[in-house]
Design a protein around this ligand. Structure first.
Ligand code: SF4
Ligand code: SF4
Length: 73
């Protein structure tokens, strides 16, 4: 049996780099701001899949993506 988890994923073309998702995330080490690109990235292996960032982003730049256990390692 393959375990399936959810993790947030950034649609970079929609992200404006406003950082609201970073503030919304309960863990400070999951979403990182990329200063050069002015976008954010999600460390999928640390994401709990709670979805708070998804509901915070007004640009619809975050989605929850299903990951298998294999994909997280
Ligand atoms: S809230 Fe949305 S637009 Fe703002 S930095 Fe996060 S992903 Fe990008
Ligand atoms: S889904 Fe939850 S844990 Fe994952 S990046 Fe978004 S707010 Fe953080």
């Amino acid at each position: 049996m393959v375990a399936v988890y959810a993790a947030a994923k950034v649609e970079l073309s929609r992200c404006t780099g406003c950082k609201l998702c970073i503030l919304a995330c309960p863990d400070p080490n999951v979403i990182w701001f990329l200063p050069d690109d002015k976008k954010v990235k999600v460390e999928a292996t640390r994401c709990k899949g709670c979805g708070l960032c998804v509901t915070t982003c007004s640009k619809a730049a975050l989605v929850l993506e299903a990951l298998t256990e294999r994909a997280r390692t």
